[in-house]
Design a protein around this ligand. Structure first.
Ligand SMILES: NC(=O)c1ccc[n+]([C@@H]2O[C@H](COP(=O)([O-])OP(=O)(O)OC[C@H]3O[C@@H](n4cnc5c(N)ncnc54)[C@H](OP(=O)(O)O)[C@@H]3O)[C@@H](O)[C@H]2O)c1
Length: 333
């Protein structure tokens, strides 16, 4: 579905945006417009890719008119731009609302104005029953997206707005494994919040497979969630000490706004949830446009699950963690 298509990625210079760009170029897209604020990141990305199908647009998703201009003739919008660092957002909540909520609303409005066929928003497990401001802003982003399929475009058609949710991308900017690796390489003790804390884990390649698959099967108003395994912080510590040597650890305690375990599907959502072999799909009970479920081939109803949380799913063994970390090439970066 991507061959020959014109794509816009908000946040295209970020960890996900860069990896998605690479994958979409291999899928034979016509053009990718990268939309973000920092010119230096764009210059670095441009010289890394050297591909004339890429266009770099400076812009802020807080600026609606800039988004409208950027979306001219686009077929698919991937909305990945966000503020995402939990402690920074706790301290600067107004800024997160402007980017993650109002910016997302601007993306939706611009899609409707420019008659975009499909728009996919990238979300997080932290949006489920949120405890911190980041999660709350991403919950609102999801809500805006799954409801927006009800609205008509300027040409009276509909945009298929879709939301995705997944857990920590291994090695993405600001994530815990690169931080621990740096501490160990510097012969420092690693700083652990709580050894029994668990998190869903997804590699960048798995996240890309999931994003492209969900984009293909979506018809509008759904939330898609991949089926994932999880790790505990003590599991990561043991795997990294085995790989790099034991420099010791300090327990610094759970931070403001953090949960011990993350949830990808809460109890209430199970009622509206369907599953595929590798993912779940939550249908929006308030959508006016839900297509009949038999049009989603191979989706079966989820009925025997309580909650899909990182403490309830299978954990990676230490050996599996070591293999994942080694394959991710994070040790050599
Ligand atoms: N990383 C994870 O583990 C993870 C897990 C689940 C979901 N997610 C979600 O996935 C998305 C991408 O995450 P990531 O890890 O790739 O983040 P990232 O590396 O921090 O990238 C964020 C991107 O957004 C851009 N951006 C930020 N504010 C913007 C604004 N106001 N206007 C336009 N562009 C803006 C940044 O570029 P400039 O600063 O130059 O504007 C950058 O390109 C986010 O929505 C995040 O919530 C991430």
């Amino acid at each position: 579905m991507f061959r020959g298509k014109k794509i816009l990625i908000t946040g295209g210079t970020g960890s996900l945006g860069t990896a998605l760009t690479s994958r979409l170029l291999n899928e034979g897209v016509d053009t990718i417009r990268i939309f973000s604020r920092n010119e230096n990141k764009q210059i670095t990305m441009e010289s890394k890719f050297k591909d004339d199908r890429l266009r770099f647009l400076l812009g802020d998703i807080r600026d609606y008119s800039r988004l409208v201009r950027a979306m001219e003739d686009i077929d698919i919008v991937f909305h990945a731009a966000a503020l995402k660092h939990v402690p920074i957002i706790e301290y600067n909540p107004f800024e997160a609302i402007k980017t993650n909520v109002i910016g997302s609303q601007n993306v939706i409005d611009a899609c409707l104005e420019e008659n975009i066929p499909k728009a996919v928003a990238v979300g997080t497990d932290k949006a489920v029953s949120p405890l911190n401001t980041y999660g709350a802003t991403k919950l609102l982003m999801e809500k805006l997206f799954v409801t927006a399929s009800n609205y008509l475009q300027k040409d009276r058609h509909q945009t298929n707005f879709v939301a995705l949710r997944y857990g920590n991308v291994l090695g993405s900017s600001g994530s815990v494994i690169p931080k621990f690796i740096e501490q160990i390489k510097n012969k420092e003790k690693i700083t652990i919040t709580d050894p029994s804390m668990t998190r869903f884990s997804i590699t960048m390649d798995e996240a890309l497979d999931f994003i492209l698959k969900a984009t293909e099967i979506s018809k509008g108003s759904e939330i898609f969630i991949p089926k994932l395994q999880a790790y505990s912080i003590s599991g990561i510590k043991d795997a990294l000490f085995d790989l790099l040597g034991n420099t010791g650890s300090d327990i610094i305690g759970i931070r403001e706004g953090e949960k011990m375990n993350e949830v990808l599907l809460n109890r209430e959502e199970i009622r509206y949830s369907w599953e595929y072999e590798n993912m779940y799909m939550v249908l929006n009970p308030l959508s006016k446009n839900n297509v009949p479920i038999d049009e989603y081939s191979n989706a079966t109803k989820v009925d025997s699950m309580d909650e899909y949380s990182s403490d309830s799913v299978k954990k990676f063994s230490i050996e599996e963690m070591k293999k994942i970390i080694t394959n991710s090439k994070l040790l050599t970066k």
